[in-house]
Design a protein around this ligand. Structure first.
Ligand SMILES: Cc1cc2nc3c(=O)[nH]c(=O)nc-3n(C[C@H](O)[C@H](O)[C@H](O)COP(=O)(O)O)c2cc1C
Length: 202
């Protein structure tokens, strides 16, 4: 059993994990993590979320193609990266290439029939649930990495939706790679809060 972490410690130390052990994640653990996700706030309490949990290696292998292809196209057309940024992108690419081996991938989706027409309300009605999901997973000894692969037409959304049988009215917002971490990561590198804080006026 992993030792329990407090909510604030979890928030302070949550990292993106991109290397996972092969152990599968038990059904009851996935259910519990998703239950935490669905405790989140949403606009007018519409609860527009839908989660597609992918564990079948054959399905994961099929999903890799559109997500990796569009990611590599994007990288190829962007600026050349150096330093820390290049390391992050290299790790991100490796994780994507290894999608088949990741124990579970959770596609976090929005049912457009159950949410506001305004885009800002839509995304603000799923992202708190996704953060809950990642914190709950962390509290249960799991690692997560959020990505937006498969979430727009230029990221292979249509192909991903076809593979998963996701209906037209449902939009992929993001996905979370999930598994028991194969690495130990240090604290997150973040700038001091003072740098981003304005009181009473900018
Ligand atoms: C909107 C969003 C998109 C992201 N996309 C990717 C991604 O495609 N691949 C990846 O490996 N990590 C992705 N991440 C994780 C970030 O790279 C990570 O949070 C950041 O580098 C800080 O690292 P840390 O979370 O370990 O502190 C994404 C995070 C967010 C919030």
């Amino acid at each position: 059993m992993p030792k329990e972490i407090t909510l604030l410690h979890g928030i302070d130390t949550l990292r993106s994990v991109r290397k996972f052990r092969h152990d599968s994640v038990p059904d009851e653990v996935i259910r519990s993590i998703l239950k935490s996700a669905t405790r989140a706030a949403s606009g007018s309490n519409t609860q527009p979320w839908e989660f597609v949990v992918v564990r079948d290696p054959k399905v994961k292998a099929r999903l890799t193609e559109p997500m990796l292809r569009t990611w590599l196209e994007r990288l190829g057309s962007g600026p050349r990266m150096i330093g820390r940024m290049k390391e992050v992108y290299d790790d991100a690419t490796e994780m994507l290439r290894n999608t088949e081996k990741v124990p579970a991938i959770i596609y976090c989706c929005l049912d457009l029939n159950r949410t506001s027409r305004s885009e800002e309300v839509r995304y603000a009605s799923i992202l708190p649930a996704v953060q809950n999901l990642m914190l709950a997973a962390y509290a249960m000894g799991l690692g997560t990495c959020l990505t937006v692969h498969g979430s727009t037409s230029t990221r292979g959304e249509q192909e991903v939706k076809e593979i998963l049988g996701i209906p037209d009215r449902v939009k992929i917002a993001c996905l979370v790679y999930l598994g028991y971490p194969a690495v130990r990561l240090g604290p997150p590198r973040r700038k001091p809060v003072e740098q981003f804080t304005h009181y009473d006026r900018w």
